[in-house]
Write a protein that binds this ligand. Structure first.
Ligand code: ZN
Length: 256
């Protein structure tokens, strides 16, 4: 019987009957995949408690019958990222990223750069290499860019004036236009517009062009951090067409 092995990160798991789980992974070799983990619920020993959210594993799967869902044969630990599950905010950020990947990516289409991005973001979150908000800004901006939804940040989306030539210290982040517009072009208030400083826009531009290792050295001022996070967390659901559940919960938790 044919099968495959691959590094993979667990995105979510759901009960399947009394004994089994359906586990969805972002795998390096096959992209997003779901597999049936037989007896994983009945016996924790079956997969030694490895099937926890956000763990990075090595999987061995065999093909399911008649083109059905693959069967998870073996799993071994690569990185547990246990520090994430001990912290409610870290868990929510990781759940949000997993939800974006689960909702936006096609199955069976390998995207090694997205895999690397998720792995690096989880690793940074686990080890406190930067604050969760900073890591989430980086994750969202890089993910948008890899998914082909990069916000337009270099020019006004209406008149084409370059960001550097705009005199004011702030510009408008316009969700409908998919990027920034200058103050002259953004007459009137709108629910789909946020004000953002040019400094925060420049940091988002820089994130777009750089890899995760470089980005860990990025430091936001408190204002730029708040603006960039709000812009990303408004832009992503607007273009996704729905509000990710974990992002809504994250918002509620922050207000407590
Ligand atoms: Zn303009």
């Amino acid at each position: 019987m044919s099968g495959f092995s691959t590094p993979a990160i667990l995105l979510r798991r759901i009960d399947y009957g009394d004994y089994d789980l359906i586990v969805t992974f972002l795998s390096l070799a096959k992209g997003k995949i779901s597999a049936l983990a037989k007896n994983a619920k009945k016996s924790r020993k079956r997969f030694s408690g490895l099937l926890e959210p956000f763990t990075a594993l090595e999987l061995v799967c065999r093909s399911g019958r008649a083109g059905g869902m693959p069967i998870l044969q073996e799993a071994s630990m690569h990185s547990p990222f246990a520090g994430i599950r001990e912290d409610v905010f870290k868990t929510l950020y990781a759940a949000y990223w997993a939800e974006l990947i689960n909702g936006w990516m096609e199955e069976w289409k390998s995207q090694p750069r997205v895999y690397r991005l998720l792995y690096d973001a989880l690793n940074a979150l686990d080890l406190d290499l930067a604050g969760p908000e900073e890591i989430s800004i980086i994750f969202q901006m890089r993910f948008l860019s890899l998914a082909g939804y990069t916000p337009k940040l270099d020019l006004c989306g209406a008149c084409g004036t370059a960001l550097d030539l705009m005199a004011a210290g702030t510009v408008i982040f316009d969700l409908e236009k998919g990027g920034i517009v200058c103050n002259g072009c953004a007459a009137g208030e709108s629910r789909t517009r946020l004000r953002i400083s040019k400094g925060a826009v420049k940091q988002l531009c820089w994130i777009r062009e750089n890899d995760f290792k470089t980005l860990q050295r990025l430091r936001f001022t408190p204002t730029a951090l708040r603006e960039a996070l709000s812009a990303m967390e408004a832009f992503v659901p607007y273009h996704l067409g729905r509000m990710p559940r974990s992002l809504r919960v994250l918002g509620q938790m922050r207000r407590r």
